[in-house]
Design a protein around this ligand. Structure first.
Ligand code: DGL
Length: 271
């Protein structure tokens, strides 16, 4: 079995897995959530890199020729080093891709005012990876990042659609439009935030486009596989999904249903 590996610090990457599987259900998938050590969003560069590399090695060991870092924080802080320094030594024929580049690509066609906002974890915002990627592709776009440390716990505690979440969502939207009132498009640069989409839409000014990244990541992966037929040919197509977690599976199974809307049975591993 040669599945597509999808890695996240915890549950959030399930939003990415879901959209990728919807578009390409034919492949086998192996999801790994590092739930025992989540969240990554508040951790240092060194630690996020170290943890992500361990996960990548494990997914390679399980037979994945291709891994998507479905976590923005890991994509921001670890992807480049893994691609440039580790992959050539571990196995140059395998690939590790992230979620930031495909999201940065799409924004050029969406923003009219060329003023774009990003909501993400403190780690992703501090890394400035979105700004750098967008500047490379669309130098005319002004990017304003706002960290939302409370949004991940709201989602993980199943509070995303409850009235208490309103305060935390409005607080960050107000902060963003205070910093730049010309913003016409906002990227949700964290895997958990699509679960707050309805609330975010409720409180942003009219005409502002909210961009959950899952669809763009899925389409970008599809195009990647169309361009790289050698990689596509290595992937097995049994339509299966296997889930690994570093925490106790019963907890994972319960929370994963918030993201996937169906029951799952994960296996525990140690990294
Ligand atoms: N998955 C992370 C991200 O997309 C959010 C959760 C965390 O902080 O670990 O940035």
């Amino acid at each position: 079995m040669s599945p597509i590996g999808i890695f996240d610090s915890g549950y959030g990457g399930l939003t990415i897995l879901k959209t990728i599987r919807q578009l390409m259900p034919q492949y086998d998938y192996l999801y790994l959530g590092d739930n025992a050590r989540t969240p990554y969003g508040t951790r240092s560069f060194e630690v996020v890199y170290e943890f992500t590399l361990q996960a990548v090695r494990r997914l390679f060991m399980e037979g994945c020729p291709l891994i998507i870092l479905g976590c923005n924080t890991a994509s921001a802080k670890a992807l480049r080093t893994i691609q440039q320094n580790d992959l050539p030594q571990i196995d140059p024929s395998r690939r590790v891709l992230g979620v930031i580049r495909p999201t940065a690509e799409c924004i050029g066609q969406i923003s009219q005012t060329r003023h774009v906002g990003i909501f993400a974890t403190p780690g992703t915002i501090r890394s400035h990876t979105y700004e750098l990627e967008i500047a490379k592709l669309h130098p005319d776009i002004k990017v304003t990042g706002v960290p939302c440390p409370m949004w991940v716990p709201l989602v993980e505690n199943n509070e995303a659609d409850k009235p208490g979440a309103d305060y935390f969502v409005r607080q960050k939207i107000d902060e963003m439009f205070h910093l730049d009132p010309s913003i016409d498009s906002i990227i949700l640069g964290c895997t958990h935030y699509p679960l707050l989409l309805d609330k975010i839409k409720q409180f942003v000014p009219k005409g502002v486009t909210i961009i959950p990244q899952g669809d763009y990541v899925a389409r970008s992966l599809q195009e990647y596989l169309q361009r790289h037929t050698d990689m596509e040919g290595r992937l097995t197509q049994g339509g299966t999904l296997r889930l690994l977690t570093t925490e106790q599976p019963h907890q994972f199974n319960e929370n994963a249903s918030i993201f996937l809307h169906h029951n799952v049975k994960a296996e525990r591993i140690v990294l």
